[in-house]
Design a protein around this ligand. Structure first.
Ligand SMILES: Cc1ncc(COP(=O)(O)O)c(C=O)c1O
Length: 412
C-alpha cells in the first residue's frame, strides 16, 4: 500500500468481532488467562499474548505497526512522550563513561536530557554545528556510541545532511538516530537516507490537534546489531536476530522506566495519522507563504525557514525533503520587548508551548523552553532574545498573514 493508504489502514484489519472500523481503545491494565500455565507461557515467551499495558496493549500495537510501516522499519515501540522515546533509546545504548554526538540547535528538552540528566549519570554529549558535516567525523572518539540529529532542528531550523552523517556513523560502526518530529514520514522517511533509529514526538504533527502527548521509536533495520558495539544487544542478536535492539529496549529499559502510552492516547495518534498526509501538505504550503511574507516585511529583522531560497539549508531541503520545509519557522523582531509585544498583539495565533497543531501557535523560546540555560548557552544554541517561534497552522493563510501583519504594526 502507498503511504497515504497506510496512514488510514495500516496496522489494523478491522479484526474486532463487533466490526468496529475505528481501532478499539483497550482501556485495560491487564489481560486474563484461563489457566496458570497459559499465563506462564506468555510470560516466558512460549506463547504470544498480552500481559500488562506497561509492556504492550492492542491499541498501542496498532499504532506501532502503522508507524513502522510508514517509516519503513522492522519494528517500533510507542512511548508516553517524545522525551520518553528519546530517553529510552539513548539509555538503552549508553552507559556511564560513554559519549555521544548531537546536532546543535535542537529541542531544549533534549539538550537538557543529554547535558544535565545523562551528564549526571556519566554520559558526555558533544554538540556540533550540522552546517559542516565534517564536524561529526571530527568529534568521534573511541568512547562515542551514537549520533543524534533532528531532521529540522527545533528551533534553529538547521537541516543536517542525513546521508552524509549516516556514512560517518557507519564508518565508526555506531547507530545514527534521527528525530523526525518536525518532518513526519510525509516529508521524509529517514530510513531511506541512512537513519538506523527514527524517533517522533507524536504529540506534534502526528497527533495534529494538541490533544495527547506521545512518542515512538522505530528500528529501520539499518544497523547491524550482531556486529555492533553493544555487548548485551550483540549477544541477544544470536537469539532474536535483527530484532535484538527492539527486544533489548522493550524488555529492559522500556519495561523498567515505565514510559508506556495510555491506550486512549494511542487511539488519538492513530486518528491523527489518518489525516496527516493532507495536513502536512497544508502546513508546508502555509509556512512557505508566511515565510515569504515575513521575509519581505521591512520591520522583521530576520526570518529562518529552511525552504526559503535565502536559507543556508535551502539546497539540502530541496535535495532531501523535496523542497518541503515543514510547518515551523522563527523570526526576529529586534529585541525581547518587541518579541513580547508582537506575541501579545496576535489575535488568531495562540501563545503556548506546543507545535504541530491545526492552530497557528507562537512562543518566545528564550524565556520559556530555553529559560533554564544562561544567555551564553542560549546564544550557542542559536536562541536569541528577539526570536519568536511559529508553528504555522491550517487556517486560511490570508487570515494568518493578516494576524501577523496587524501584530507587527502594533509592535513598532
Ligand atoms: C523535535 C522534538 N523532539 C522531541 C520533543 C519532545 O516531545 P514531547 O513533548 O512529546 O515529550 C519535542 C517537543 O517539543 C520536539 O520538538
Amino acid at each position: 500500500m502507498k503511504p497515504d493508504t497506510v496512514a488510514i489502514h495500516g496496522g489494523y484489519a478491522c479484526g474486532d468481532p463487533s466490526g468496529a472500523t475505528a481501532v478499539p481503545i483497550h482501556q485495560t491494565v491487564s489481560y486474563a488467562y484461563k489457566t496458570a500455565r497459559e499465563l506462564a507461557d506468555v510470560f516466558e515467551g512460549r506463547a504470544p499474548g498480552y500481559i500488562y499495558t506497561r509492556l504492550a496493549n492492542p491499541t498501542t500495537t496498532a499504532l506501532e505497526l502503522r508507524l513502522t510501516l510508514l517509516e519503513n522499519g522492522i519494528g517500533g515501540i510507542a512511548a508516553s512522550s517524545g522525551m520518553a522515546a528519546i530517553a529510552s533509546v539513548v539509555m538503552a545504548l549508553l552507559k556511564a563513561g560513554d559519549e555521544m554526538i548531537a546536532a546543535g540547535g535542537i529541542f531544549g528538552g533534549t539538550v537538557s536530557l543529554f547535558e544535565n540528566t545523562l551528564g549526571r549519570f556519566g554520559v558526555k554529549t558533544h554538540f556540533v554545528d550540522v552546517a559542516e558535516t565534517g564536524r561529526f567525523a571530527k568529534a568521534i572518539n573511541d568512547k562515542t556510541k551514537l549520533i543524534f540529529v533532528e531532521t529540522i532542528g527545533n528551533p534553529r531550523m538547521d537541516v543536517p545532511d542525513l546521508p552524509a552523517v549516516s556514512k560517518i556513523a557507519r564508518r565508526a560502526n555506531i547507530p545514527f538516530i534521527v528525530d523526525s518530529t518536525a518532518t513526519t514520514p510525509f516529508i521524509v522517511r529517514p530510513a531511506d537516507l541512512g537513519a538506523d533509529i527514527v524517533i517522533h514526538s507524536t504529540s506534534k504533527f502526528i497527533n495534529g490537534h494538541g490533544t495527547a502527548i506521545g512518542g515512538c521509536m522505530i528500528d529501520t533495520g539499518g544497523y547491524n546489531w550482531a556486529k555492533g558495539a553493544f555487548v548485551d544487544i550483540k549477544q541477544l542478536s544470536e537469539r532474536v536476530g535483527r530484532m535484538a535492539f527492539l527486544y533489548h529496549l522493550k524488555n529492559v529499559i522500556y519495561r523498567d522506566l515505565g514510559g508506556c502510552p495510555a491506550p486512549m492516547n494511542s487511539f488519538l495518534m492513530l486518528q491523527g495519522l489518518e489525516t496527516l498526509p493532507g495536513r502536512m501538505e497544508k502546513h508546508c504550503a502555509n509556512a512557505a507563504k508566511l515565510a515569504a511574507f515575513l521575509h519581505e516585511h521591512k520591520k522583521v529583522s530576520w526570518i529562518n525557514y529552511p525552504a526559503l531560497p535565502e536559507s543556508r539549508f535551502y539546497d539540502r531541503v530541496k535535495k532531501l525533503y523535496g523542497g518541503k520545509g515543514g510547518g515551523l519557522l522563527t523570526l526576529g523582531l529586534g529585541d525581547k520587548a518587541k518579541a513580547f509585544r508582537f506575541i501579545d498583539s496576535l489575535k488568531l495565533a495562540k501563545n503556548l508551548a506546543n507545535l504541530g497543531d491545526a492552530k497557528t501557535l507562537v512562543i518566545h523560546p528564550a524565556s520559556t523552553i530555553f529559560a533554564e540555560f544562561d544567555e551564553d548557552a542560549r546564544r550557542q544554541m542559536g536562541v536569541s532574545d528577539d526570536m519568536v517561534r511559529v508553528s504555522v497552522g491550517l487556517e486560511d493563510i490570508e487570515d494568518i498573514v493578516k494576524d501577523f501583519e496587524q501584530a507587527i504594526e502594533k509592535t513598532f
